[in-house]
Ligand binder design. Structure first.
Ligand SMILES: [Fe+2]
Ligand SMILES: [Fe+2]
Length: 191
């Protein structure tokens, strides 16, 4: 005879008891999105996300510089790509800053420490090829460091992890775009 209290074969039996869930949700309401199922250290996650935020802002500034400085025979197509990347990095910065506030942290926009905290560097580059190469290096740094952040977040902060996963996918597209641009500029110059 089946035990009606046996939760093991009911759909959703992995969930905590619903009364307990409801009780816990009423506690510490001031923490907003942070409930007891949030298993990460919000302060540590804020620090890590602030590093990603700094990386994005430095990338916005570098791409903007490259956009305005792009000259030469291929300049228009390349400049358009730089501008599109700049705008997408700005979108990432905004998403990350928003997430930091959701977990009770503060996004740090202090320009004096952005370049120290950023994983990627601000390199101006003297010509189109150098600019594209520096942007490619920066994207590859972001891809590596965001992959590490995603593994660090794991199952402990699922929303932050998914945000960083979606950003990572765009950085990989950016890196591919830049490799394609280099290829169109000719192997003799890009080598
Ligand atoms: Fe980005
Ligand atoms: Fe990017």
């Amino acid at each position: 005879m089946p035990d009606i209290h046996d939760k093991t074969d009911k759909p959703g039996s992995f969930l905590s008891d619903i009364k307990e869930l409801r009780r816990r949700a009423r506690q510490h309401m001031e923490r907003g999105a942070i409930t007891e199922s949030y298993k990460a250290d919000p302060q540590k996650v804020s620090e890590v996300l602030n590093e990603a935020l700094a990386t994005e802002i430095v990338c916005v500034l570098r791409y903007k510089r490259h956009y305005f400085m792009a000259v030469g025979i291929n300049a228009q197509a390349v400049a358009e790509e730089f501008l599109q990347h700049a705008n997408e990095e700005q979108g990432h910065a905004d998403q990350i800053a928003m997430r930091i506030t959701q977990i009770g942290g503060e996004p740090d926009f202090n320009p004096a420490i952005l370049t120290q905290r950023s994983h990627a560097e601000y390199v101006e580059g003297n010509n189109l090829i150098e600019m594209i190469k520096e942007d490619l290096v920066a994207e590859r740094i972001a891809i590596e460091s965001y992959s590490e952040i995603i593994r660090f977040l794991g199952e402990n902060d699922i929303t932050s992890r998914r945000l960083m996963e979606s950003i990572l996918a765009v950085e990989e597209e950016h890196a591919n775009d830049l490799v394609d641009l280099l290829a169109t500029m000719g192997p003799s110059k890009s080598g």
